[in-house]
Design a protein around this ligand. Structure first.
Ligand code: ZN
Length: 281
């Protein structure tokens, strides 16, 4: 998110299509790009579940020239943090296209940019550093996308196909602990262009809620599709140096507890206590 000068994360996509980097129980991962075939596409067909859904329509807090800030107030539900995908035809089509192109790998490979200066080379080095820590599990962990993450990704993908018009959204999930079931506030800000304007970040809403005793569980954004030659490459599931700069200040000022980055298949999740291990601008 918030990368005014350079395409988001292009530098860190040089990474190795090497699976099994994270500790624990890594998901089964194809190594590198697989050749696609109709039979492979058939085998990889997946369906969504009606159980993975938000129970109400959102309130529109802001809407301006295609940029929106949306808010849901919902009871927490274990399904949100589980593996079910929403029954969203556009999301399933996106995933099918990525899989058919052999691009659904945890460590995406995209065209490597050529640094135009020493400063830019230093920046790419720092981006790779952050991605390496994500990949190795030394700071945070990459795992499969969950239902709520997929719902938010699907929402933006429906507004703007990530295969045709790559864009980024920024979402916040806040929690109020209550007996029985916690309450959640979910905020979603996005534009129809690549980066959402600050007017739809929703941090003012977050601040109001935090002052009322809500915890800011995590901020989620997406790293959108890249290219590897003629092929699709997923966005890198890692925090960029500019992301780190932002989430550190949000942790200090508003108590942000964790950051997440998803690409529609894989999500990087890193707690605030580990932000200090990552490199910032
Ligand atoms: Zn980012």
């Amino acid at each position: 998110m918030i990368r005014p000068r350079l395409p988001d994360c292009a530098p860190i996509l040089t990474l190795l299509a090497v699976a099994c980097a994270s500790a624990g129980d890594p998901p089964p991962a194809p190594v590198g790009r697989e050749s696609s075939s109709p039979a492979a596409a058939e085998r990889s067909a997946e369906t969504g579940s009606e159980r993975c859904r938000l129970p109400t329509s959102p309130d529109t807090l802001r809407a301006e020239d295609g940029a929106v800030l949306l808010r849901w107030d919902v009871p927490d539900d274990p399904v949100y943090s589980g593996p079910l995908l929403p029954a969203d035809s556009a999301l399933l089509a996106y995933r099918a296209a990525v899989r058919a192109d052999g691009a659904d790998v945890p460590w995406p490979v995209a065209d490597e940019p050529t640094p135009r200066s020493d400063a830019e080379a230093d920046l790419w080095r720092d981006e790779r550093f952050n991605a390496d820590l994500a990949r190795s599990g030394e700071a945070g962990k990459v795992d499969r996308i969950t239902c709520l993450e997929a719902l938010l990704f699907a929402l933006q993908n429906r507004r703007r196909s990530q295969l045709v018009h790559p864009t980024e959204f920024l979402a916040s999930v806040l929690r109020l602990e209550r007996e029985g079931a916690d309450s959640l506030v979910v905020l979603f800000g996005a534009d129809l262009e690549m980066f959402p304007p600050k007017s739809v970040y929703g941090f003012d809403v977050v601040e109001t809620l935090v002052k009322r005793g809500w915890r800011w569980s995590y901020a989620l954004h997406n790293h959108t599709t890249q290219r590897e030659g003629d092929h699709i490459a997923l966005g890198t599931p890692a925090l960029s140096t500019s992301d780190v700069q932002l989430v550190r200040s949000l942790a200090a000022d508003l108590g942000l507890e964790a950051a997440r980055v998803t690409n529609g298949f894989w999500t990087y999740r890193v707690p605030a206590e580990q932000f200090g291990r990552l490199r910032s601008r």
